[in-house]
Design a protein around this ligand. Structure first.
Ligand SMILES: [Zn+2]
Length: 121
């Protein structure tokens, strides 16, 4: 399936191809605060269609995962994973025409991993 999406203000927009048979909820300290349901998308299948200059980068803990959010509206858009840099996690609530609650949620143990190595997804 082909998907498009954006942040709240529209400064950042993206498109990707993936089969979304689940969304991931992580309980690491960052994901717990941003409360995101995330879609797993191969990095090679994802492209920014607008706003690469609008994105801001947040890194914490090990600094390996790259968390991108819109510098204007502050919405978390996606991140490049620590556990597998070839995979992105995309904010399910930023994806057009997708109800994140309509897709099965898989919970991952980010808290158990995060004290030494950062978020697991
Ligand atoms: Zn924005």
């Amino acid at each position: 399936m082909h998907y498009t999406g954006s942040c709240h203000c529209g400064a950042v927009a993206f498109a990707f191809d993936a089969e979304l048979d689940e969304l991931v909820r992580c309980d690491c300290s960052l994901c717990a605060k941003r409360n995101a349901l995330m879609a797993t998308v191969p990095k090679d299948n994802f492209r920014l269609t607008r706003g690469d200059q609008a994105l801001r980068l947040y890194r914490w803990n090990s600094g390996v995962a790259l968390h991108y959010f819109c510098g204007t509206c502050g919405i978390y858009v996606y991140h490049q994973r620590r556990s597998n840099p070839a995979l992105l996690s995309v904010n399910g609530s930023c994806i057009d025409n997708l109800d994140p609650e309509s897709i099965p949620t898989r919970r991952v143990d980010g808290k158990g991993m995060s004290t030494v190595a950062g978020p697991s997804v």
